[in-house]
Each structure stands twice: as C-alpha cells, then as structure tokens.
Design a protein around this ligand. Structure first.
Ligand SMILES: Nc1ncnc2c1ncn2[C@@H]1O[C@H](COP(=O)(O)OP(=O)(O)OP(=O)(O)O)[C@@H](O)[C@H]1O
Length: 753
C-alpha cells in the first residue's frame, strides 16, 4: 500500500527513476526493464493520476462493465505497487550498498585518519627535526656570518695594516732618499770645500806672485841700499845705524820665531780639533749607516708582511672552513699590530734621533768649516811667517837628523850620548850631545829624532821643493860622517817604497804640482842631470858611454868644466841632460845613476858613498795666459861622508878618496864661513863642489842643509864636529832668496844654478 508517510520517498523515487516522465501506459521505464512490471516505469504524476482516477460509466448500473473497469484499474494498481516494491527493493539494495560503501569509506577514512595522524606525527617529528636543524643551521649561519664578518674585519685590518706599513715603508724610503740627498749634499759641500781649497791655492799662488813682485821691489830697494851703503861705508854713524837695524831685525826674528811657534801650536791644536771633529763625523756616519741598516730590516719586515698579505687571500678561503686559522691570523695580526706599533715608535724615535743627528752634523760641519778656514788661515800665516823668517834669516837653513841604532852598531856600554831638550823653547829644535861628561847644546831649525819617518822629514821640506816651481833656486844637501844616514835621507832604502827618500818624494811632488798648475795656464819643462864628484873629478852618471868618462881612479876620463854665466846660471860642459816628463822617468834615471856611483866599503859603512852626488833639475815654466816665465833649479846633493882619516881605516886608493872628500868638505866650510863673515874673497874655486854650488851658496837661492848624526857613542867625536859645523852654518846670513820671474823670452839649457 502506498501510504502518506512514504510519499516524499516515492516522489523522490519517481523523479529519480522516471525523470518526470508521464506515468502512462506508453511510457518506457528506464530502470525496470526486464522486471515484473514489464519495463513500465511510473512517474509521480502517473501514480497521482492513477490514484485519483475516477471511473466513468456509461451506464451506472452496468456492473459488469464496472467490474471490468475496476479489474483493469486494480491491475494497473497492482502493477504500480509491484513497481513500487521493486523500486523499494532496489532502493534498499542501493541503500545497503551505499551503507557498506559508507562503512568502507568510513573505515578507509579512519584508516586514513590514523595514517594521517601517523603521518602528521612523522611530519611533526620531521618538522621538529627540520626546525632543530634549521635552528642549528641558522646558528651555524649566524656563527659563520659572524666568523665571516670577523675574518672580513681582520682582513680589512690587515689591509689597513698593510697600507700603513706600505705608507711607513714609503715614508722610510723617502727618509732614505732624504738621507741620500743629504749625503749627496754633504759630498757636494765637500766638493765645494775642495773647490774652495783649490781657489785658495790659486789665491795662494797669486799671493806668491804678488809676494815675488814685492820681493823684486825689495830686491831693488836692497840694491839701492847696498849702493848707499858703499857710498857711505866710511860714515861711522851710519854703520851704527845699520848695527842698530841689524839688532832690531834680530829682535824681530826672535819675535817671529816665537809667533811662528805660537802659530805652530795653534795649528797643532786646530789639527787636533779637526781630527776630533773628523772622528765625531765618522761616528755620526757610522750611526747613520746603522740607522740605514735598521731601515733596511724594517723594509725586509714590510716585505714579509706583504707576503703575508698575498697569502691572506688564500687564508680568506681557508678561514671559511677553518676557524683555527682565523685565530692564528688574529694572533699574527695582533703581533703584526704590536710590531707595527713598535716599528712606528722606533721610526718616530729614529726620526727624532735623525733630526738630532742632522742638527749635530750641521753643527759639526759648520765647526769643521770654521776649523778648516782657521786651518787655511793658519797655514797662510805660517807660510807668510816662514817666508818672513827666511828673509830675516838669510837663505840657508839647517835641519839635523839622528839615525836610529842599527843592528850592526857597536852597542857599547857608554850609555846615551844624545838627548833632546823638552822645554817648549827648544822642543823639536834642540839636540844635546854629551862627551866625556860635558854636555854640548845645539839648536837648529828642526831636529828629527831617530823615529822620524821619511814622510815626516819630507813634509818639512815640501814647501822648499814647492818654491822650485815658483821660480826659486833650491839647494838641499846632506852632510855628515859616513854611515850617518845621508844617502838614506836623500835616496831612501832601495826596494822599500815607504822608505823612499827626499829626492824621489820631491820629484813626485814637483810632477804632481806641475799637473795641478796646468789649469792656471802654467806649462813646465824639466831637464835633469846627475853627476858625482869623485877625487875632485866630475863624472857624468847619465852618460851612455861610461868608459869614456871613467877610469880606475877617475883621473884620465872625460874632462868636464864648470862655467857660470852673467845671470848666475851654471853649466857643466858635455854633461848629459835629459828631458823628463814624469817622476817614473826620473826614478829610472836615478836607478841608473845609483848603479854608476862610486861606492866602497869603509870601517864605518858597508856601502859608503865615496863621492858627492849632485842631482840637478832645471825647471822652466811659462804661463800662457799671463806670459810669465819662471826659471829655477833644484839641486839635491848627497855629500860624501866626512870622517877622520884615522876612523875611516883607509889606505891606498881609499885614503886618496878620503883625503879628496875631506878637502872638498873643508872647502865647503871655508866658503860658508867666508860668506858669513862677508869677506871680499870667497874661495869658491878651492874645490869642484863649492865652485859647482857657488850660485846656491853665495847668491839668492834657498838652501837647506841636513846634518846627519849617528847615535853611536863611538861616533860622538865625529858627531860633535858635524854639529859644530852645522851650528856655524845655521848662524850664517849669506843672502836673500830671490825668485827668477821674467816675461817670456827664448829657451835656455840646463845649468846648475
Ligand atoms: N833614519 C834611518 N832609519 C833607518 N835606517 C837608517 C836611517 N838612516 C840610515 N839608516 C841606515 O844606516 C845605514 C847607513 O846609512 P847611509 O848609507 O845612508 O849612510 P851615509 O851617511 O850615506 O853613509 P856614506 O857617507 O858612507 O855613504 C844604511 O844601512 C841605512 O839604511
């Protein structure tokens, strides 16, 4: 039966099943095909129409018809009910199916839920883990970022440090450059001082020129005075006046000597001061070198840091993974910073010290300049005084030289016979000799003690040698007993360069000065000759054919004659004269001459010079710019040894030699004493030696005599004789040195004076 309660469901079923189709007998049921309803499907409207259908009868009372209709109707109703029932069954089945589906789905759902929950838990765990790892990663990231930052910072610091080190290096190299510049400046200053020195030398030579002019004037004045003296020689008052003048000159001489001593002292103290200053300067230079070394070491450190900096790029990569290295770098950086600070501080200190040193150097240089200036001034004054003394004193000076004890000397027990006064007045000038307990005191222009070197001796005569180039006739001779050191003084020890004597040293100086005067326009020509006087015979030591000029006793050889011309020039006929250009050439000639000399063995000397050796250099100088011409002669003489016949142990030829030597030496003494006494007749012609040296001894030359002394007590008698002779020579006034300065004329050949 179709109830009201099922209407909604029916209707739903109808609509679902029939799709709102009419429930007519013709309508085709879709889902009930093959069912009991014969595939008829009912719609709602069909069912409603069926239910509300009203029977229509043609004849109300025709029951049969009515019954039939009714039956038909019931049939249709039954069909409809069956459809309903089928539909209901289908629905129930469907429902059951849906229910099982639902259950399945629900089960699945719950399973899924469980699975989901598990999954969720799993996911939660994963999330937790992920979060943890995220946190750790973030931590790591933060740490790495901070590390990276620290590294970058350290790198930046390092870069800064590097830059500052580079700056420091640059500043240090600037300082170094400055140092260099200052050194260059100092060198320039030295060069300028040298230039100034040259200029002063030039000034000195011009002063000498001026001096010579004055000398000429003075000579002219002297000439006039001489003439006046001759005219008024009879007037006694004038003589008194002259004596007075003489006395005053003597006074002047003593005062000049005193002032010369003073100047010498000043010079010594200045020299000491200069030596001190030089030492200080040397010390400062050493300090400067030390600082330069420091600078170099700092530069080396800088380069080390540079290397570190280049390595830092590699470190930058490594530091990302190796925190330890960063720490090391940190440490290194700290050390570097400390070092940098220290080097900064040391650089600052160095700079301060450098400034101080610079000031000190400047002060020292100023003081040095002052001292050098004073020295030059002192030297000028000394030269002036030297010339004044020479003028006051006359043309002859005497130096005494005592040779040292030799291994072959007789070291007898007689004690010391020579002593040297130590008082300021006689220091370096006095010599005392004791004989038989009696002390004999002598004073000379200079006394050289046994320890005086050849160089020291030469320094004292170098000015005299210099005068030869200035146009003076210069004569230096060595006098003394045999074996007292005359040849050693004049020639030196053969084969020992440092012990070369005055002759080679003088020649070196002359050739050096010749070179130095070239820029001033001076051109010099030098000619040398060398002769010996043996047994009163002249021998040419440079003759190529010696046989012609020499025989056994020297008597029958070539005859050389000595001639003096009106100008006071001396010439020896046929003497070999050699033009020389250098000191080496002269050394060669000296060796040749030394081999040709007459030497022999005496009791006093193994290699005794048995002749007087005369070296002559004629110098002619022309100044192309001033047209001035100078002519001078340098005579360097090694006399034969003076000795008593008894001492020489000579017999035969040796006796003859000794007699000849003694004769010529006593002639020399006679000449000097006659000159000293201003006698009318001076016996120059008494010996070849005195005649040859006439212009040097009697005229206007500068003459220096060395008296050589042996320190042996057994030679005390000979030494006293030599010293007495030398003292008398020292007391002589035998002329005034005169310079030979002319205007350019014709050439002249060599002469001895
Ligand atoms: N100042 C000195 N220092 C060292 N040795 C010296 C010195 N003076 C001389 N002698 C030596 O003394 C010795 C004799 O010297 P030298 O030959 O110069 O004497 P001399 O005076 O020339 O003798 P003679 O007149 O006999 O020729 C030489 O061996 C020489 O080397």
């Amino acid at each position: 039966m179709v109830g009201t309660a099922n209407n909604g469901r029916l209707r739903l079923a109808f609509s679902l099943v029939n799709g709102s189709q009419d429930l007519g007998p013709n309508s085709t049921p879709a889902s009930n095909a093959g069912s009991e309803c014969g595939g008829i499907e009912f719609t709602r409207e069909d069912v409603e129409a069926l239910v509300s259908e009203k029977m229509k009868y043609k004849n109300k009372f025709n029951y049969k018809e009515r019954c039939e209709n009714m039956m038909e109707y019931i049939k249709r109703l039954r069909l409809c009910i069956r459809w309903f029932q089928e539909l209901e069954g289908e629905y129930a089945f469907e429902q059951e199916k849906l229910r099982s589906d639902l259950e399945l789905t629900e089960r699945r759902c719950s399973e899924m839920e469980v699975a989901l929950e598990n999954k969720e838990e799993e996911l939660n765990l994963i999330i937790l883990e992920l979060r943890k790892s995220l946190a750790s990663l973030q931590e790591k990231l933060a740490k790495e970022e901070s590390e990276k930052k620290a590294t970058v910072d350290s790198l930046a610091k390092e870069k800064e440090a590097r830059i500052s080190i580079e700056r420091l290096q640059a500043s240090l190299s600037e300082e170094l450059d400055k140092f260099q510049g200052e050194v260059d400046g100092a060198n320039q200053r030295i060069a300028s001082i040298n230039d100034m020195y040259k200029l002063l030398q030039e000034y000195n030579s011009s002063l000498q020129l001026y001096n010579s002019k004055l000398q000429k004037d003075l000579d002219a004045a002297h000439e006039t005075i001489k003439r006046g003296e001759k005219e008024r020689s009879t007037i006694v008052e004038n003589l008194h006046n002259l004596r007075g003048q003489h006395k005053s000159l003597r006074d002047q001489l003593t005062s000049s000597i005193a002032s010369q001593d003073e100047v010498m002292k000043q010079k010594d103290s200045l020299l000491n001061e200069v030596a001190c200053l030089r030492m200080e300067l040397q010390q400062i230079r050493d300090d400067r070198d030390r600082y330069q070394q420091q600078v170099q070491s700092v530069a080396a450190e800088v380069s080390k840091y540079k290397d570190l900096a280049t390595n830092s790029s590699e470190l930058e990569e490594k530091c990302l993974s190796q925190g330890n290295q960063i720490q090391i770098l940190h440490d290194q950086l700290a050390v570097a910073e400390r070092k940098l600070q220290m080097s900064d501080m040391s650089a600052l200190e160095t700079r301060i010290e450098f400034e101080g040193q610079k000031k000190l150097i400047n002060e020292l240089q100023n003081r040095l300049e002052d001292a050098e200036f004073k020295l030059i001034e002192g030297e000028k004054l000394r030269k002036k005084l030297h010339n004044t003394i020479l003028e006051l004193k006359g043309n002859i000076r005497v130096f005494c030289r005592v040779r040292p004890q030799l291994p072959d000397d007789n070291s007898s027990n007689q004690g010391k016979v020579i002593s040297y006064p130590t008082s300021m007045e006689y220091l370096g000038r006095g010599i005392d000799m004791t004989q038989n307990g009696q002390k004999h005191c002598f004073t000379f222009d200079k006394v050289f003690m046994p320890d005086a070197s050849q160089e020291e001796v030469f320094v004292e005569i170098s000015q005299l040698v210099q005068s030869a180039l200035d146009g003076y006739k210069v004569c230096i001779f060595a006098y003394g007993q045999t074996g007292s050191g005359k040849t050693y003084t004049m020639m030196g020890r053969p084969g020992h360069l440092e012990e070369k004597g005055l002759i080679p040293r003088s020649l070196e100086q002359i050739f050096q000065t010749k070179q130095a005067l070239q820029p001033q326009g001076w051109r010099y020509e030098m000619q040398v000759s060398m002769l010996e006087i043996y047994n009163e015979t002249i021998r040419d030591l440079l003759a190529t054919n010696r046989e012609s000029s020499r025989n056994e006793n020297g008597a029958a050889g070539k005859q050389y004659t000595i001639k003096h011309d009106a100008n006071g020039n001396t010439q020896v006929s046929d003497l070999t004269i050699v033009d020389v250009q250098s000191s080496r050439e002269v050394s060669f000639l000296l060796d040749r001459a030394a081999n040709s000399r007459s030497v022999g063995k005496t009791q006093m000397n193994e290699q005794s010079s048995r002749s007087h050796f005369v070296f002559t250099m004629r110098i002619t100088g022309v100044n192309e710019s001033t047209e001035q011409q100078v002519q001078s002669v340098l005579n360097l003489i090694d006399l034969a040894g003076s000795e008593r016949l008894s001492k020489s142990g000579s017999t035969g030829d040796r006796l003859k030699e000794t007699q000849a030597i003694n004769k010529s030496l006593s002639s020399l003494a006679d000449v000097i004493f006659a000159l000293a006494k201003k006698e009318d007749h001076v016996p120059f012609r008494n010996s070849k030696l005195t005649y040859l040296l006439q212009p040097c001894l009697g005229g206007d030359s500068k003459t220096l005599m060395f008296v050589n002394i042996s320190p042996e007590p057994s030679s005390v008698g000979e030494s006293l004789c030599s010293l007495r002779f030398a003292a008398r020579v020292n007391a002589c006034e035998i002329g005034t040195p005169r310079r030979q300065l002319n205007m350019k004329t014709s050439d002249s050949r060599l002469s001895n004076g």
